[in-house]
Design a protein around this ligand. Sequence first.
Ligand SMILES: C[S@@+](CC[C@H](N)C(=O)[O-])C[C@H]1O[C@@H](n2cnc3c(N)ncnc32)[C@H](O)[C@@H]1O
Length: 553
Amino acid sequence: MATNKLILGDCLNVLQSIPDKSVDLIYADPPFFSNRDFEILWGDEGEKRSFEDRFAGGIDHYISWLKVRVRQMKRILKDTGAIFLHCDWHANANIRVDVLDNIFGRNNFINEIIWQKIRSSKQQASQFGNSHDTIYFYSKSAKFTFNRQFIPLDAKRLDTHYNNVEEETGRIYQLADFTQAGQGTAKKFGDKILEPPRGKHWIWTQEKIDEGMENRQIIFTSGGRPRVKRYLDESKGNNVEDIWIDIAPLNSQAKERIGYPTQKPEALLQRIIECGTDEGDVFLDPFVGGGTSVAVANKLNRKWIGIDQSVMAIKVTETRLKNRQNMLFEQPFEVLIPTYDYEKLLKLDGKEAEIQIVEAFGGIPNLKGGKDLGIDGHTQYGTPIQVKKWKKSVGRDELDKFITAIPRDDKGLFEKNKKEGQICGFLIGFDFSKDLINEVSRLGNKENIFISLKYIKDIIPYENPPKVTLTAEELEDLKYQFEAKAESETGIDFYSWDFNHDDNNFRADELMDKNGKQTKKFKEGEHKIAVRAVDKKGLDKIDKVKIKVKKND
Ligand SMILES: C[S@@+](CC[C@H](N)C(=O)[O-])C[C@H]1O[C@@H](n2cnc3c(N)ncnc32)[C@H](O)[C@@H]1O
């Protein structure tokens, strides 16, 4: 399955197009069920639609909205896969019982993780402050990936446990008993290790002990209890348990902050992804938001898919990923939006465009270049398809050539279609001349040759991209104001800004700007500034200005 994709759309539709058992791990952070009148994250069309979709009928409606989507999530998970579903007190009880137990089964419940997301909640007069989210962890079957996670040892534990120093090496260690070493108590291995004389050392030979602890010297305490040396420099830390208070929420100054309220910290996603996947595994986030999870998955060399219904979410995630791309170790990714950019469609190489259009029409493209008799593909039944990707309308002479090519392609099928009154060929174009349309009618009426005309717009919905003009004005010494004026048929959604543009890459310094105005101070010298305007369908356009900044005398 093709991965490393950001897909704009309702995750229900997108998940439906993903094959069974193809994903290793899902992290789902759906919009919460809350009683607020309106939860504004992005403030765009996709979000409003989704809000109305979920909240019209209260909690039952929300649960059934989620259920159909989680069913798809289970279907696409491999048998060894798992899901982490992030929610909060508004609906967690219902989600656990009605959605997860119901779909994944009670037996596949692994953990209820409590993440303390707020350090000091607001003072409440009549209830305890609410400071946590719940993350449910369910597997698809009894066999699933679980990589143990560790947190650094805390100071108290360091003090009470690691209080021995090995004389010869100076290494700090603790004398750990075998319960900690994962082998049960001393009695259980009695038949493998003989009781040593007091104060003598035995060598530990038992298998399946913690990594790095094999063949380690056993020390017997004065009471005769076996102990093993655990060195501090080897310690990975403590095992992570199901209450996560070590991962701080994002504060307003955090470097990774992109500026919307439900953004999750990368450390949280790193723990989840490292626990549930290995390098090269496939990770999917159906509510990708600002792209925290896919940014982490990308960094950890996992394959990934991110889906969101909001244009702003997808475009912000795209820019976030591009901002990080290191030219040497770039993991390429694709952004799929349902609306095609008309200008890009016109610029597509002829053969590539034909293939894309024939496939989108549901046909089988003719992959060989050169002499194809003007036939660019066939339907499943063998009927010829011809594509004319021309800005001007397709004329009568092109139809004549097509009519000559059809019987040459398959005479038997042509005669059969004619006889049965079936379509003999499909002609696809942006527009068709009047002459051609008249001739198509005549052919059908008089000669029983039925040609079907198809408009590209009905096959690949496209729109003109926005137009944008950027101007710069010096306000005072070293300080400039920039204004982006943009127009779009669907309306402008937002702008992003790159104040240090290098022509090859747009790396945003300001990701989400609704107004298209920015003020900034510069150092002396030449600077290139770029703005990207994104419209409500997700199409975008960049404009740039160059400024020469000089201190006034
Ligand atoms: C809680 S936020 C996710 C935040 C994300 N985990 C992050 O760290 O940035 C929920 C997201 O779900 C998206 N959403 C809502 N309904 C959706 C749907 N039906 N399909 C796909 N995305 C949807 C919203 O646009 C929003 O970006």
